[in-house]
Design a protein. Structure first.
Lengths: 179, 345
C-alpha cells in the first residue's frame, strides 16, 4: 500500500465527520479525495469533478437520512465508484460504437494526461471490482476492512480483488513494455 | 525454419508499487480544492453525449450546418436523455441510443469530426456544432434531428397555417398521394390551423394533427398551408414556474407563469406549441381563436389571462398558461401561433 505522509488517517477523518455531520464539512473534507478516486477510474479530471458533484447532489437531497449514518463517507465513495464505472462503461460503448460508424482518425481522442499513461491505461482495463479495490487501497489509503464496508463485500474478497488487480497490472505493464 | 516464442515476464512487485506511488503523488500534487457547493448539476458531461449523437446523425446521412446552434432545454436534476431521435430525408424516423441498435440507422458513414461547445444559459444549454469532413473542410449541414423527449429547440422553427374558409386538408400517413387519408381537417371559418413542421420532404410536410384520437402526426401537402419561419421559442420550467421567451435562441425575457393541465391529465414534459391565443379587447368579450390539440401529452398550450379564468373559458383538452395581464399581453403581441414551447421540470 502506498503511504500518505502527513495525511489524516481514515479513522480520524471518520471520527471528525461523525462529530460534525454537517453536509458542508463532509463536502469540504471529502471532495478532493473523491475527485482523485474518480480521476483514476475515468481518466479525466473534469469528468471526475462532475461525477463527484453529482454524488454530492444526490447526498444533498438525501442528507436528512445520510447524516445519521455511521459512515456517510462510505456512501459517498460507493456512489462515486459506481458513477465512475458507469461512465467508464458508457465511454467504452460510445467509443466502440463511433469507431464502427466513423473512421477512427476523425474521433478526437480524450486527454488522459498523466505521468504514467501506460499505468493509467492498464488500470482502465482492469475489471470493475479490481479497479475499485485498487484505487480505494492505493489512492485513498483504505484498509481492506474499509474497502469491504464501502463495496459491501467480505474483507477476504477485497484482498483477493486487490491481489488479482496487482497481478494483472504487472502483466499488462510488461506487455506494454515489450517492443 | 525455427520459431521462437517470447515469454513476457511481468514487472516486479516493487516496480509496480513505485509506479503506483508516483501516480498517487502526481494526483496529490494536483490542486483539487472543492468549489462552493451549489446544488445544481453541471452539464459538462452532456457535451460528450451530444458529440456522440451528432456523430450518429452524421453516420445516418444527416448533415449539419457548420456552426449551427441548437438550444437544449435540460432538466435540472437529470441527465440529458441518451435516446436520440433522428430523421433524415427518405428515411423514417429512427430511434437510436448510444448503445442500442446502431445498425438500424439509415444511410452510410461520413468521415466527420465533431466539436461541441456548450454554454449554460438559464434553463437552456447552447450547443454549437462544428463538423469537419474527411478533407478537413467544414461540412455543410442541415440540422434535422431532435433528442427525445424533444428537448432540442432549433433556433428557427417552421410553422404552417391554413385559414382558408371551408377548405379541407387531407392528412396522409406517408408523404404520397397514394397513401391512405388518415384524417381530414376542415377549416370551419373561425379557427386558424397552425402547427409545427416536424419534417419536410419535397412537397410534403409532417405536422401535428388535431384531435388526438388518431395518430399525433401526419403528412400534408405543402401547398395546403402557408409556411413561415418563427424566430421565437418558449421554455417553461415547471419547477420554477417560469416561462422563458427566446428569440433566435437568445433568452429575451422571463415571466412568472403557471401551467394548468386539463383536468385528469398531466402536462408532463416535452415539446408542445401554441395552438391558440386568447385575447380580449378592452371593450369586447373574449374572442377565442383556439382549438385544442391533444395526444398522449399536451400538444397545445393556450395563453389565458388569469383574470379571464372562469366559467365558459374552460378549454376542453388544452393546457393553459396563466400569467398576469401585462406580460401576457406582451407575449401575445410578440410570439405568433405555432411557437414551440418546451416544458421541462
Amino acid at each position: 500500500m502506498v503511504a500518505g505522509p502527513g495525511r489524516e488517517s481514515k479513522v480520524e477523518r471518520v471520527r471528525h465527520l461523525d462529530s460534525e455531520p454537517h453536509f458542508n464539512r463532509v463536502y469540504r473534507s471529502e471532495y478532493s479525495r473523491l475527485v482523485r478516486l474518480a480521476t483514476i477510474l475515468v481518466g479525466r479530471r473534469d469528468v471526475a469533478e462532475e461525477l463527484v458533484q453529482e454524488t454530492f447532489l444526490d447526498a444533498h437531497r438525501k442528507w436528512s437520512r445520510l447524516h445519521s449514518y455511521d459512515r456517510p463517507d462510505a456512501w459517498l465513495r460507493r456512489g462515486v465508484l459506481q458513477r465512475s464505472m458507469r461512465h467508464r462503461g458508457r465511454v467504452q460503448k460510445e467509443s466502440a460504437l463511433i469507431a464502427r460508424l466513423v473512421p477512427a482518425r476523425w474521433i478526437a481522442a480524450e486527454s488522459w494526461a498523466t505521468v504514467d499513461p501506460a499505468l493509467f491505461a492498464s488500470i482502465s482495463r482492469l475489471p470493475r471490482r479490481q479497479a475499485q479495490v485498487l484505487v480505494l487501497v492505493v489512492i485513498d489509503d483504505c484498509s481492506f476492512a474499509e474497502v469491504a464496508t464501502i463495496l459491501k463485500c467480505s474483507e477476504e474478497t477485497a484482498r483477493t480483488h486487490y491481489r488479482r488487480a496487482r497481478t494483472r497490472l504487472r502483466g499488462e505493464l510488461a506487455s506494454r513494455q515489450e517492443p | 525454419m525455427t520459431m521462437s516464442i517470447r515469454q513476457q515476464s511481468p514487472i516486479s512487485d516493487d516496480e509496480l508499487t513505485q509506479r503506483l506511488a508516483t501516480l498517487r503523488l502526481d494526483l496529490d500534487r494536483a490542486d483539487v480544492r472543492p468549489p462552493d457547493f451549489v446544488p445544481v448539476q453541471r452539464r459538462r458531461r452532456g457535451a460528450s453525449r451530444i458529440a456522440t449523437a451528432v456523430a450518429l446523425m452524421a453516420a445516418a446521412g444527416l448533415t449539419l450546418v457548420q456552426g449551427e446552434q441548437i438550444l437544449v432545454a435540460h432538466r435540472r436534476a437529470g441527465p440529458l436523455s441518451d435516446t436520440i431521435v433522428v430523421s433524415s430525408p427518405g428515411a423514417s424516423r429512427s430511434r437510436a441510443t448510444n448503445a442500442k441498435s446502431p445498425t438500424t440507422l439509415p444511410g452510410g458513414v461520413a468521415g466527420v469530426s465533431v466539436t461541441v461547445a456548450s454554454r449554460v444559459d438559464g434553463p437552456l444549454t447552447r450547443m454549437t456544432f462544428v463538423l469537419k469532413a474527411s478533407n478537413g473542410r467544414p461540412t455543410p449541414v442541415q440540422v434535422n434531428a431532435a433528442w427525445a423527449p424533444c428537448e432540442i429547440i432549433s433556433t428557427t422553427v417552421s410553422s404552417v397555417s391554413n385559414s382558408a374558409l371551408g377548405s379541407k386538408v387531407e392528412v396522409r400517413s406517408t408523404p404520397s398521394m397514394t397513401a391512405n387519408v388518415s384524417e381530414t381537417i376542415t377549416i370551419d371559418g373561425w379557427q386558424n390551423i397552425v402547427t409545427l413542421v416536424m419534417d419536410q420532404q419535397k412537397d410534403w410536410l409532417r405536422v401535428g394533427l388535431p384531435g388526438g384520437s388518431k395518430a399525433a402526426y401526419g403528412w400534408v401537402r405543402t401547398s395546403d398551408f402557408h409556411t413561415f419561419t418563427n424566430a421565437y421559442s418558449l421554455v417553461y420550467e415547471s419547477g420554477k414556474q417560469r416561462l422563458t421567451t427566446c428569440k433566435d435562441g437568445e433568452p429575451i425575457r422571463h415571466d412568472a407563469t403557471t401551467l394548468e393541465a386539463p383536468r385528469g391529465t398531466s402536462p408532463g414534459v416535452g415539446l408542445v406549441y401554441l395552438g391558440g391565443l386568447v385575447r380580449r379587447s378592452p371593450q369586447d368579450t373574449p374572442m377565442f381563436l383556439t382549438k385544442s390539440w391533444s395526444s398522449s401529452f399536451v400538444d397545445s398550450v393556450d395563453l389565458l389571462d388569469p383574470t379571464e379564468k372562469g366559467p365558459g373559458i374552460r378549454l376542453p383538452s388544452g393546457a393553459v398558461l396563466h400569467m398576469s395581464r401585462a406580460p401576457m399581453n406582451a407575449l401575445i403581441d410578440t410570439v405568433p401561433l405555432g411557437t414551440p414551447l418546451t416544458i421541462v421540470k
